[in-house]
Design a protein around this ligand. Sequence first.
Ligand code: SF4
Length: 497
Amino acid sequence: MSAVDLGMPTLPTAQRPTLPTAPAGIGHLRGDRSFPDAARDSLRDGQLRANLGHATATIRAKRAAVVGEVPDWEQLRAAGSALKAATMARLDEHLVALEEQVTARGGSVHWARDAAEANAIVTRLVQATGTDEVVKVKSMATQEIGLNEALEAAGIAAHETDLAELIVQLGEDKPSHILVPAIHKNRAEIREIFLRTMPGVDPGLTDEPRRLAMAARAHLRERFLRARVAISGANFAVAETGTLAVVESEGNGRMCLTLPQTLITVMGIEKVVPSWRDLAVFLQLLPRSSTGERMNPYTSLWAGVTPGDGPQEFHLVLVDNGRTAVLADEVGRAALHCIRCSACLNVCPVYERAGGHAYGSVYPGPIGAVLSPQLTGIEDNASLPYASSLCGACYDACPVAIDIPSILVHLRAEHVEAQERTTPEAVAFRALARAMSRPRLWRAAQRAAGLGRLLARGKATLPAVLPPPASKWTRTRDLPTPPRETFTQAWAREHGG
Ligand code: SF4
């Protein structure tokens, strides 16, 4: 590909024109209920609230301790923020550079406009290998596009290998946290899932974390060794050398990225960084903000294909799925700076009480409240920008300083404006504005309103006579009987015109 049309020219931010809207994101980005409805159920679940409260408090404390050790943390955050903004301003160029480098090193790059295209590409690639199963490294992008379901429909089994993802998959559940998808489950619940669903598991399994991890390891090891295809996400992609990066804590990622013959990486287009110097900043910010570690245990980096070492076929699928529409919004585009650390979830009082499922999207919490409605279009996720008290804790915690509260307010305004075009109230106010700005029309309207006195039959208020949908207004409000004399008439009488 010689040029990438992101609907966005490489101009400084202030000079950017209004851009054509890219296709809205599809996949697991919308719930079937509004946030308040779904949150009401979660709030009644005492066990869920206890699990979440305990887990988020633990991660918060770990994060605070390791962030406090870095004297120039605020400068590092500012650097991360500036690097992301600069990268987004030239995203098209960086993506083309990435493609050139990946291709030069023996990989293949595929472009997907939305989830359906991405799923079709990956399914075709897996089918071409002749296998009917794949191992997966935890990946938000593949969750977003619903890849597992698409593969299943094509007769391909996808085995999640991250412990928390495995728990969610075996329990036929949904992830509720970016970093810890099974955060809503406690040890006893995990033991029950393993006993119920893991073939050959020791019936004497206890809920001791080490025993649970050993059971998962035995279950996964066999799959790692026989898998011919692995599917991963990517935390970062370095454009200057075509290098992909995955950071993780369990080593399952390293197994997936090195053992199978074919590796397919699915990545949102915003994950590219121009250079290794940029990557160095994010590799300092991410582990401290996510798992509360100084350095994550495994950082896997690879570029293309190395003969005789690791996967001999490498495909990179670059997914848009609504991202270029987000990029076109001058305020909202900062949501694309997210490095998926989940720090904003762990400090959010709304997330801690409502849990991740209430957001309906694979992206829960504060970042989900700003990213999902932008990816899908505000009309599909209208309640999410209101799922916040605007306390600002997310902004303070974010390692790339995304001003989430400002984006929330921006999206609320967008939602209100969109509604203003369609609600009966908006139509009524528009008609009123039109009449009030034309004296003749206004006098005629006043004369017509005066007829309402006939309906009042001497009472101070009119009966609820307006037809639906205007009756919604009069059902709960008194409509005063029009006065004998309007203000204009009284003015003319008192002041002579
Ligand atoms: S918005 Fe910031 S704090 Fe939240 S997940 Fe993304 S990078 Fe982390």
